[in-house]
Design a protein around this ligand. Sequence first.
Ligand code: SAH
Ligand code: DHB
Ligand code: MG
Length: 233
Amino acid sequence: MEPLELPVKILGVDLETFAAVDRFIGETIVGEDEALRGAVEVAEAAGLPSIQVSPPQGKLLQLLVRLLGARKILEFGTLGGYSSILMARALPEDGRLITLEAKAEYAEVARRSIERAGVADKVEVRVGPALEALPGLEEAGPFDLVFIDADKVNTPNYFAWALDHTRPGGLIVADNVVRGGTLGDATDPDEATKAQRRLHETLAGEGLVSATTIQTVGGKGYDGFLLALVQDA
Ligand code: SAH
Ligand code: DHB
Ligand code: MG
């Protein structure tokens, strides 16, 4: 996505207001410790883009891990390991998370932060384009939770694979499906947006999942999460 130009206003509210609300939520009910702040600082210092989930979104992922009683998680898109650390911390002692990252230098930054956060024994970072990693993951599943947050044009491809490798009662979450509201525009030419529209249209005829998309605003602007519960056939 292009960097947001300030002031971004949505319904007359600017991005700084969304960021302030995110900060307040973060400082009150979410809680973000040294290791998590450290992961963001280290990633920024290493030149990684600051596009990790916000602390409130990360806490939602943690609540979902706990609600699912998840023991096996697959993540597409590691970046600096922020969401990996959050989800790993919500896992039980014997829980495992595999996270896929295309860029070796990002994966290296993530591994160090994951180690520093004390969850290295639960998390495996695999380097390479996610589509190429999938054949090697046949034995690793079925997963309780799949979090899709990598290259957005491939979200439908990752989702299709996830559907075959998530247990009934498991959940597939995809970030960045609303894309500043372009999701609602059938004429939008952006390939990433077209991919999210196609995913929604495909799910309309898919009896295997019960799904919804929640639009979000926050310090990162206007976007949204798709949540899909995998049902018995
Ligand atoms: N989940 C992370 C943010 C991920 S940002 C968090 O919330 O902390 C998206 C990441 O996907 C980037 O690190 C990018 O390098 C990675 N990515 C892009 N294309 C990819 C691909 N084909 N396979 C795997 N990862 C990819
Ligand atoms: C981008 C990626 C993300 O996963 C996100 O949440 C925001 C932005 C990006 O590639 O620009
Ligand atoms: Mg994202």
